[in-house]
Write a new protein. Sequence first.
Length: 406
Amino acid sequence: MVNRQVGISMERISIQEGFIKDKNWIIGPSIVRCSKKNAPGYGSLLMIATLSDGSDSGAVTAQWRSEDGGKTFTRERDMEYSYVCDGNGSRIKIGDGSLYADEEHDVILYIGNDAFWEKNAFESTKRCYLPYYRLSYDNGYSWTEKKFIITEGMTPQNPIPDVVYGRNMTLSCQPVIIRSADGALLVGIHTQIVNENGRLVEPSGFHFFKAGALRGVWNGNGYSWSFGQYVSVAADISSRGVFEPMFVRRKGNGVMMIMRSSNSRFTDTMIPCKYYALSDDNGITWSQAMPLLYDDGTVMYSSSSILKPLVHSNGKVYISCVITERNAVDGNLPRYPLCIAELDTDSCTVLRSSVRIIDTKRAEYADYTNHCIFEEPDTGKIIVLAPFWLHGPGSDMILNRYELSP
């Protein structure tokens, strides 16, 4: 199958349909290898994903385990639940979590988010959304109580710079957590921007974000958190700002942060693409945001959807996201084709010749985003788990498993 418009092919890909199935949306799977030696579960793969009963409406965070390197997974527990928290039907909803195996300290870090749905309505989540973390000391068989992330010098009401609970939200959305050169863990967040009067800025009527990195340092009993600098863009560049940041290390103390943007409601004037910024001090300060380009200098067009990076054992860095033509993009849509490509972290460009389709539209509705990508431990093959509705929204959702040769 060849898409001649963008010169991408669907070669060397094996697809396993219906790898995992659920009546809810399966959002943002995250996978780590359990690394605590001389303990049950050592060497197994642990996976979590949000089971959502609607858009941005996490009902359950479920946990699976694989004993065969990711070829099969068994659901073993539900970590988190949405729950009613007052007499007005308000709910705490959860989701968009992520795992990181901290091999230096023999723990698994879980980053999650609590969203307050006042009277079970979405609107309050723009003001009431906070990240937290849990730890597992036994390869994921049990977890500590949640601790909300409060950065150095901040308070529970004002936990992260420019965030005031009840005024504006911050979210760590399916972060791919990395360790920087100075040993700190980098966890991506995006924060709702407010004006000088503390009111939400929403050029498109739905959020306007800036992005940055939480830095976590082990303190013997968990992590101490700090935050440096946000990256933002003007409202005439992206109608929803920059959000869902992902990190890739560069030489020395360098880090590349790649972010989602949007041209929603401004399709004629805004470039639909990803943006990136560079740090030379391990994610504390950042350059201005720049559009992510191909190595030939042209824009890599992409709808407003999440990107996931993979640092492979072969030394190459891959990204997986929707890649399409400019005239096909309208805000979040389309959510296909899901592609993979090689990223050159020296030039900070995508190698156009490396772009391959993972999957594309095969029915009336197609959305392959909120996926994950990992390297199969024993073979080095690249595995992508991507959600797919069997019969469109409202039907059962499955995770398809795609196996690629690097």
